[in-house]
Ligand binder design. Structure first.
Ligand SMILES: [Zn+2]
Length: 63
């Protein structure tokens, strides 16, 4: 399975965390992180926003 990357630097704020892994796991991990660290509201909209922000983790990681 292709690994996906979520990078907090592309979201507003000072957070520089990046999470990579299988898409569903990244979404789940980032959902928890966004709620606890970014004070965002858990829900389908946040989930979709995270999923839409994912990038292929293979690019960049090996460059
Ligand atoms: Zn963050």
């Amino acid at each position: 399975m292709e690994r996906r990357l979520f990078d907090c630097r592309e979201w507003p704020g000072e957070c520089t965390l990046a999470i990579s892994g299988p898409e569903d796991e990244v979404v789940e991990a980032q959902l928890l992180h966004a709620v606890h660290a970014h004070g965002q509201q858990d829900g389908p909209e946040l989930r979709e926003l995270i999923r839409a922000s994912l990038k292929p983790a293979s690019k960049g990681a090996r460059q």
